[in-house]
Design a binder for this molecule. Structure first.
Ligand code: PMP
Ligand code: GLN
Length: 379
């Protein structure tokens, strides 16, 4: 029988992490910290488990966490959200992205996305009968060409997917980008799905341009984030989606049958920590910029070339001075010859342009970064 997802294999993240383990390489491929979140957060999990918070959470999320999310969004972006109707807690951002797409994309609808695109978007569109419309961003700046977007819009366009700060490139959108999008969709019924999971990780004074700041976009958007990135807890898989009540109502119809709800003690622990430590996310830019700079200051001695990432915990590097191999082969070579695992960029593109770029995750302890850079400087 015909498969529903031809061309989809195991994700590059699972593949590379498995290879890294098999070769005992330093794993800078799949994006996750090699350190824990704050002790004060971890201990709250234990507290809530011991206190008996071990049964189903309310479908839309634990109220205390939804409230804390509302407070955070107002503090960071000045947007007041109706928590009961507009905030939904999900099993990671991954579930929120899928549920938003499944909730509104009908067979034959077109969804515009920008390559390189995070790998879960296209299969979610395809599984729901939608037609992905891939627009290629050009290296090295990977900026969106809004005239091209205007040309790609058709009467069938249902949704446009944004991701800023951007995985895998580390680029961030400007206020002009969001304004251009806002102008483009004005007066249409096009929806926006904004993947803002790296909303707190921006460098060199860049400010996160959230859809929350643009009323013309917020009124038609699903805005998705993840506690995994902000609290160094990717394995907890707690994320959320904020959308106007009518869109949230549709999203919840999917969410209730996809997962119904997500972990109770973890949500309660996050609620406690968020409320007590609003300064945590304000400290993240400096925290991750120090890691980026440590890694990059050692990598200037290597044959890789790069411009520092503006956001996320990923640094893209060009290896054209080292090898002519395509990036998917170069990362295999690199594991064997340098003992470091990375992610090739072409796998995030439907039709990759000529580029020799790979992505390193720098959400790592200093010793990990130093050892990796030392190995990479030898090749
Ligand atoms: N979107 C992007 C751009 C990501 O990088 C990730 C995580 N790596 C996700 C979504 C998924 O987030 P979560 O782990 O919370 O499901
Ligand atoms: N988003 C993470 C990354 O970019 C991986 C998440 C996953 O493995 N599904 O590396």
């Amino acid at each position: 029988p015909e498969t529903k997802l031809p061309g989809v294999g195991t994700t590059i993240f699972a593949q590379m992490s498995a290879l890294a383990q098999a070769h005992q390489a330093i794993n800078l491929s799949q994006g996750f910290p090699d350190f824990d979140g704050p002790e004060a957060l971890l201990s709250r999990v234990d507290h809530h488990i011991r206190a008996g918070a071990n049964q189903y959470a309310p479908m839309n999320g634990v109220p205390a966490l939804c409230e804390a999310i509302g407070v955070k969004v107002e503090r960071c972006y000045g947007r007041r959200v109706e928590v009961a109707d507009e905030v939904t807690v999900t099993a990671g951002a991954t579930e929120a992205l899928f549920a938003a797409i499944a909730a509104v994309v009908r067979p034959g609808d077109e969804v515009i996305l920008f390559d390189p695109a995070y790998d879960s978007y296209d299969p979610a569109i395809t599984l729901n009968g939608g037609q992905p419309v891939h627009l290629q961003l050009q290296p090295l700046g990977f900026a969106v060409n809004w005239d091209e977007v205007a040309q790609a819009i058709s009467p069938r366009t249902r949704m446009i997917i944004l991701n800023t700060p951007h995985n895998p490139t580390g680029q961030v959108m400007t206020a002009d980008d969001l304004q251009a999008l806002s102008d483009l969709v004005k007066g249409t019924d096009i929806l926006v799905l904004a993947d803002e999971v790296y909303e707190h990780i921006l460098f060199d004074g860049h400010r996160h341009q959230s859809v929350h700041r643009f009323p013309g976009l917020a009124e038609r958007s699903f805005v998705v984030s993840s506690f995994g990135k902000t609290y160094h807890t990717t394995g907890w898989k707690i994320g959320y989606c904020i959308a106007p009540a009518p869109l949230s109502a549709e999203l919840r119809k999917v969410h209730q049958y996809l997962t119904f709800s997500t972990s109770t003690p973890l949500q309660l622990a996050l609620a406690d920590y968020l409320s007590a430590n609003p300064e945590h996310d304000e400290a993240l830019p400096a925290f991750y910029q120090a890691k980026r700079d440590r890694f990059n200051s050692r990598m200037v001695e290597s044959r890789f070339s790069f411009t520092p990432a503006a956001g996320t915990y990923f640094q893209v590097m060009d290896y054209s001075a080292i090898s002519d191999l395509p990036d998917t082969e170069f990362v295999l070579w690199l594991i064997e010859h340098a003992g470091v695992a990375a992610i090739p960029l072409s796998v995030f593109c439907r039709q990759a342009p000529e580029m020799k770029l790979i992505r390193f995750c720098f959400a790592k302890n200093e010793t990990t970064l130093d050892q990796a850079a030392e190995r990479l400087c030898k090749i």
